[in-house]
Design a protein around this ligand. Structure first.
Ligand code: AMP
Length: 431
């Protein structure tokens, strides 16, 4: 029997995974310097959590959830997004709420039963940040600045921030009605999905990508014209704050995004070179969600970035991700295998006093190869040096594999380790 990776998912293999690791490390650093702390929530939650937040009428809830029952008949769902779980955790854990505003982030896989295509998967990864406890436009600006910083840090500097406001509980219902009236008058020109949306979620029509809907959408009332004074004021203040931070932005009155919980600001960031799926991520304000989940009245804003898309956009700028050990330990005699393993362990130096340099990467044969085969394998790994377990007490022989040259023997394991570290520094300095 032969198994395959499930449709819409993929394995991230050595050679590529190093780019993921680098992105993860850099993102943790960026989050830390902005004062954000990580929260890791479970991969699955009560189904109701997503139905109530993302919204019953959204595509995500109607068609894309991975829902299952556990043995006690509870309905659980693999998380399709990270905000609802994080808000649940925020309400449930008082210490997380102690800091106001709370600056939190997450990183991990999400699950949506979508039609797979380039840049779109059924399991995909997101980086997300949430700022809970401020309704101020400065909070919106910080979110967008943090988002841009993460992109900047991986070399994506040519980005466009699309900005919109969906209004609040005062002006949004009015706009929704205006939109519904407008599209009802043009119902015959809408696609089948949009006809359905007229009843369930008319705002989503603005987001429809079917070409035949485009002319009708182009004539629809503009949300920015229908904002109440406080919402218009907030939107203006966000734009001024972004100007102050030197962040380029464009008003995008058709931007609605796929989740129901947004209020006021919504945004999306596009980067060049991603084709049709050019949105690397987006976010928005959700001033009602914490309260709707039974928590204290807490205005909040967040974003999420698709990691696959981010890596896709950086692929051309990324350097090679070759992985080679620094040294291979070679046992010349079959009964020296354990000694070789012990030497490798000492060279890695993990248990020695900490030093401020990266430990040596050392591999050793565990497949019972002959001395000859070990030498072949050592050169295949790309290791710079081969070191040999000595016969008797005549010190450790070292071979520079790149230069094909034998080096001076080292008398002790510690001496050998220091010699390798020093040589590696020298080689790196020459690069
Ligand atoms: P959303 O949570 O729908 O606002 O999406 C935020 C970001 O996550 C998008 O801009 C994409 O970069 C990424 N994303 C969403 N859905 C998928 C998917 N099915 N496959 C890959 N990336 C996705």
């Amino acid at each position: 029997m032969k198994f395959q990776v499930p449709r819409g998912t993929r394995d991230i293999l050595p050679g590529e995974v190093e780019r993921w690791q680098r992105l993860e490390t850099r993102t943790h650093q960026t989050m830390a310097i902005y004062g954000y702390r990580e929260v890791r929530t479970p991969i699955f939650e009560a189904t109701e959590l997503f139905v109530r937040s993302v919204g019953e009428a959204t595509d995500i809830v109607r068609k894309e959830l991975y829902t299952f029952e556990d043995r006690k008949g509870r309905s659980l769902t693999l998380r399709p997004e990270g905000t609802a779980p994080l808000v649940r955790a925020y309400i449930e854990n008082a210490p997380v709420r102690a800091e106001i505003p709370a600056r939190l982030y997450y990183m991990g896989p999400m699950f949506r039963y979508e039609r797979p295509q380039a840049g779109r998967y059924r399991q995909f990864w997101q980086i997300g940040a949430e700022l809970l406890g401020s309704a101020k436009p400065e909070a919106d600006a910080e979110m967008i600045d943090l988002f841009r910083s993460i992109l900047w840090d991986v070399g994506l500097k040519d980005v466009t921030v699309l900005l919109n406001s969906l209004g609040d509980s005062v002006c949004r219902p009015r706009y929704r009605e205006a939109i519904r009236d407008y599209f009802t008058a043009h119902k015959e020109q809408l696609c089948g999905d949009c006809k359905e949306r007229l009843d369930t979620n008319p705002l989503r029509i603005l987001d429809c990508k079917v070409p035949s809907c485009a002319p009708v959408i182009a004539g629809a009332p503009n949300v920015l014209d229908s904002l109440c004074d406080p919402c218009a004021e907030h939107f203006g203040a966000v734009k001024r704050a972004l100007d102050g931070l030197g962040i380029r932005h464009e008003a995008a009155p058709r931007l609605v995004r796929g989740l129901d919980y947004y209020t006021r600001t919504v945004f999306e960031i596009q980067v060049a070179g991603l084709g049709a799926q050019n949105a690397v991520g987006g976010g928005g304000r959700y001033d009602q969600l914490v309260k709707e989940f039974g928590g204290p009245d807490t205005p909040a804003i967040g974003f999420s970035i698709g990691m696959e898309r981010l890596l896709l956009a950086t692929v051309s700028s990324a350097a090679g991700t070759a992985f080679a050990p620094d040294a291979c330990v070679v046992a010349l005699e079959a009964d020296a295998a354990i000694e070789a393993q012990e030497l490798a362990r000492r060279l890695r130096g993990q248990h020695e006093a900490p030093e401020d340099r990266e430990p040596l990467r050392v591999v050793v044969d565990v497949a019972g190869r002959s001395a000859n085969a070990q030498m072949k394998w050592a050169s295949k790994t790309g290791a710079r040096w081969a070191v040999f377990v000595p016969k008797g007490s005549d010190g450790y022989a070292v071979r520079d594999m790149a230069l094909g040259k034998d080096e001076a023997r080292q008398a002790t394991q510690e001496g050998l380790r220091r010699w390798l570290l020093e040589r590696r520094d020298r080689v790196e300095a020459q690069r």
